[in-house]
Design a protein around this ligand. Sequence first.
Ligand code: G1P
Ligand code: ZN
Length: 543
Amino acid sequence: MNIQEIRTNPFDDQKPGTSGLRKRVTAFQQPRYLENFVQSVFDTQETLAGGTLVLGGDGRYYNRQAIQVILRMAAANGVARCLVGQGGLLSTPAASCVIRKHGAAGGLILSASHNPGGPDGDFGIKFNIANGGAAPEAVTEAIYRRSREIERYRILAADDIDLERIGETRLGEMQVTIIDPVADYAELIETQFDFDAIAELLGGGFRMAFDAMHAVTGPYARRILEERLGAPEGTVRNGEPLEDFGGGHPDPNLAHAAELVALTRGPNGLDFAAASDGDGDRNMILGRDCFVTPSDSLAILTANHMVFPAWRDGIPGVARSMPTSRATDVVAERLGIPCYETPTGWKFFGNLLDAGRIAFCGEESFGTGSAHVREKDGLWAVLAWLNLLAVERRPVAEVLRDHWRRFGRHYYTRHDYEGIDSAAAQTLMEQLRRLMHGLEGECYGTHQVGHTDDFRYVDPIDGSVSEHQGIRFLFEDGSRIVYRLSGTGTVGATLRVYIERHETRPERLEDDTQQALADLIRASQAIADIAYHTGREAPDVVT
Ligand code: G1P
Ligand code: ZN
């Protein structure tokens, strides 16, 4: 075996964000950049030596090159076995499934999620631990600390291996298994839902589309929706994974999936449409002439958990990220189960899921999932909705309206101010932190500020504490404004402002969201002096 020790030194910008290390492709193409991160993982995660590593990504530009480098480094660092998705592909939820099923010591997932790909786009890498979930802060911090003092990395001198041929090969002493990226996941997901009922729905004139946005979910959706459940060929659109996602932005939201949205509009609109993002963990759910917000989606799936075979006998609890609307809290209260509020980022659900405290969890940012894996799961959400509709047999819009009638409606919006100056963003947040308590009791229109705080989370399982997770203005009438800075951006800073109001008067339920929140939106801009700090009169993206 020809193992090389290559001298290196730290980079200044390898601090992981909300979802691992995410940078421009050009950053990753610098010599030693990827290697430093990967070696820092091997240096700190001792169970990988002699253990199994799962490896795959969303197929974006640089995926294949990175996989070859990581394989040679894994072999040089004593990994016993590496499971790699064919073609270098594994959706994020599938990687989680494979780690769990095969008892791997961890996994490396290559993705920049919904960020654009291609030579000028983004790339990313994150480490998942043995439970299949993204590494918790203690682990990512250890990796980061290591990357600050790294002096050498280890790599095997060897040729590239063939990522297309399913089966076993060797790289030095390491066994490499190229696996079907869909098989384990498809087998698991079938245990969660009533596939017979869904197949019957799809065979009975129900019209739907799934947009894979030329990202990783194409092969998964084709196998499961078309081949297994019998949806007509062509149900899956843009199903071929491409390195640059066909030039698109693989972010399933009303702006970036506009073509899909158009298919659901008007009297001839589809009954149902859905999309997923670059790495397959996000979801967007549409019905004819309607859109289900991710916050409502979690609440509705929670209220209807008994239609899912995996949860027929009840659910122990649910969780949502702090900025996600409180629609699920209302349902949980009615069901008499706890609803946990965690910081932004899926990894905070990990301990609750491992401890069996929750069945479902979700984030407003198009993330929904369950205890079947330790990542959010786009196709899980799509199949959950199909399962629900197969039982309900009525339009999505009606399911939604009925839910609001029973639980009230949480009008909810997120305003993003993108690419703002990082220092200005920090100043804005610091000022808010200083001012917030002094604003308690102030009135904005009819809304009086009750409590304000900087969200702090104490993990109920391991007691770990996460500070400064977002500034919250909680109003006396139950409305809420939350401010936080994005942890996933690659250029400047992004300020996210989350605004919500709970409406329980049935006669007021049909309003337009921005309209229904107009006075709180104005308050959100005034309280933080957004125009002054950012120079922006209006948000760049409204969700
Ligand atoms: C964003 C979302 C967050 C999600 C993360 C990874 O992070 O807001 O909910 O977990 O992407 O998909 P942010 O950019 O806000 O830090
Ligand atoms: Zn994603």
